[in-house]
Design a protein around this ligand. Structure first.
Ligand SMILES: C[S@@+](CC[C@H](N)C(=O)[O-])C[C@H]1O[C@@H](n2cnc3c(N)ncnc32)[C@H](O)[C@@H]1O
Length: 228
């Protein structure tokens, strides 16, 4: 499927009733992992980018924190719900409709990048990871709540069986090795908690030192709608 069509389909999938459709998975799998991440994270300060923030179900992470959150997503309707959630939680929040594969954010301008249940849906997760590395300040943290293809046989079989349905209903790939991808790109794990036989992970990583030979993308940060 061409990229623009795929993006359109992803936005549509999340424009409507994502919260309702994911209610059971949220209670069983996601909420406990969000809670683990919040405890492990401790204070979160400065400028945060929340990738694929969607309706903002993960915004509780920033409750009573001294930070400003830029929430990026393809779905403007989902972002509308996130704005309401942020208000209720008193989180300083700025929504941006954009593709996380081309973040409208300046190089080395972010203290923390958060992504909860996003890497399973990105068309090119490696391109997003490279954007994460580009926008991170030197001492930034990267925080993830993700499901990955588990090593243990039974959860691995279940993830495989669920693959078609997850793809159809959420555009979500249950077969990804997201944490392996971060490790292969030089990110260092500071914290990792897993559950459901290694299917669910809450993880905190540090990006590798930036490669100065890579072209800067800060030019894009000055375009309209930018949060740079
Ligand atoms: C499973 S939801 C995750 C929602 C939220 N972070 C949470 O914790 O519940 C995935 C979100 O990724 C967004 N998404 C997928 N591909 C994207 C892309 N390339 N750029 C921006 N958002 C994207 C979808 O619109 C959707 O809102």
């Amino acid at each position: 499927m061409p990229t623009s069509k795929r993006r359109e389909r992803t936005a549509l999938l999340y424009d409507e009733d994502y919260d309702e459709r994911s209610r059971i998975a949220e209670r069983l799998f996601f909420a406990p992992m969000r809670a683990k991440l919040a405890v492990a994270a401790g204070p979160i300060r400065g400028r945060v980018v929340d990738l694929a923030v969607s309706t903002g179900k993960g915004l509780g992470l920033y409750r009573a924190q001294d930070c400003h959150v830029v929430g990026v997503d393809l779905s403007s309707r989902a972002l509308g719900r996130a704005v309401e959630r942020a208000k209720d939680l008193r989180v300083s929040f700025e929504p941006i409709v954009a593709d996380v594969m081309r973040l409208p954010i300046a190089d080395e301008s972010v203290d923390c990048v958060v992504c909860q249940l996003g890497f399973c849906t990105f068309e090119d997760p490696l391109a997003v990871l490279r954007e994460v590395r580009r926008v991170c300040r030197r001492d930034a943290r990267v925080m993830l709540v993700e499901h990955v293809l588990p090593e243990h046989r039974l959860p691995r079989t279940l993830a495989t069986l669920a693959a078609d349905r997850a793809q159809r209903e959420f555009g979500c790939d249950t077969m990804r090795d997201t944490l392996g991808m971060f490790a292969a790109e030089g990110f260092v794990t500071e914290f990792d908690a897993s559950a459901v036989g290694g299917f669910m992970h809450s993880t905190i990583l540090r990006p590798p030192p930036r490669d100065r030979s890579r072209p800067s993308r800060s030019d894009r940060a000055s375009t309209s709608g930018s949060a740079a």
